[in-house]
Design a protein around this ligand. Sequence first.
Ligand SMILES: [Zn+2]
Length: 496
Amino acid sequence: MSKFLVLNPNPEDLESVLAKANLQNSKNGPFEAVLLLGNPSNSNDWKAPTIDITQPTYVASDSTELSDIKENFHRLNSTSCLKILTLKCGFTIGYLTSHVIDVALHNEILTNKHLPSVDILVTYHWPEAISSSQKLSLVGNSFIDSVVKVARPRYHFAVGSERGRFFETDSFSWKDEPNHSSTRFISLGQNGSGDKWFYAFALNEIDSMENVKGVNFFEQQPMKQLENDSTPSQSLKRPATEELDRPVAKKVQPSQCFFCLSNPKCETHMIISVGQNCYMTIAKGPLTRPGGGRGGNTAPLDFSGHAIIIPIEHIPSIRSISTSVMDTPLYQEIIKYQDSLIATFSQKAPDYRLVFFEINKLSNVHQHTQFLPVPLHAIGSFEDVLEEKTKMNNEKFVRNQSLTFQKFTNPADERLVSILNGSDHIIFTVSGERKTYYVAKLVDDKPVDLQFPRRVLASILRSPKRVYWEKCRQSKEQEVNDCETFKRFYQEGKLE
Ligand SMILES: [Zn+2]
């Protein structure tokens, strides 16, 4: 039997976490390996620990620098593909620790499935099958699903986000090897977050399949299929119990929802304005930066301008409260916010257009519309870039749902109204002499590239490295400044 300890340290507190690991090793070890989750060694001011480490310890990293940092302390460098480490005891650890996954590499690896199975898998992201079952789409990545399905780890550890989150599944088996292999998924919160941040376990040569009774998230039928599947011949094939055993996806409650004002962790320092039915906040990890937008004769803005309009009510979509979206006070207030922003910008920063964008899905956690300013000299490329990114999505990343954008300039156009009222969709609204709408219906069960709108805008703004919000995080001080500056800009604009 081999023992393991898995920790999600706060990078600022690494020394004390390692001291705790030493203590645990002497009390409950020895551990074959101590695994540190997250990417604690990524930050620029990261320093190698000074404490003596008594057991082999591995830290995940995007960095390709030196792997063996000191005795018993090693970096696991894997920027793009699954790497395998074989421990002295013979058990294998697969790791894919980068928190930015390259979709092109993703597809390349999928078509080349020579991944061996591993005992322990460490990734940054959760598999999408599990994140979507928990309505936590931001922490998941579908690439991890493919890795898990092939690598069949006995234990899979992830964090999903910088602060992480504790979540554990029961062990579940795989249909084609029901008596031989099982997987258990565990995500840990960060040390100091209040969530469970450590996990100890033991591995035997052979899996005991005794307590393996969890649901395999990767082999479940999509819920949608069940709902639509009402023909008697097909329902008869499926025993009724299977449907009953299926776990109902756990709903994210307002108290845990990023977008709910009632969430005790709600970041009030980011709120720009609160209305009757919705409110406006600056974006976390904004695509545009204060002082950006230079080029041509455009005067830079002294705030990012990337912000979000959010319904106060915890609803996945306006469609979940009305089938006549445009008649709701909520929709009208969102449009009012849009119009007052457009008016403020055209008065105070006329070198910019605003682009509003939204992925509207009934399966979302909480509806929201993002927007950001785009310099006039860049907005001209909007349609070309949208076309290029759509083509790439449809032809290169065929696992993604295919998109077809329609353009409208009349908000009352029946075809537009019918999509807004009746379908999941992606919509861009671009300000100008009049608003232009670009809408793609979401029609099938294939995954939607949730970065798509941001990918388009990052390309227009020539900021390809800013596609992922997690890579663009600001300090709290920057957020406060950014929010206060935006507030002044917006409120003065309204008063004048
Ligand atoms: Zn909410």
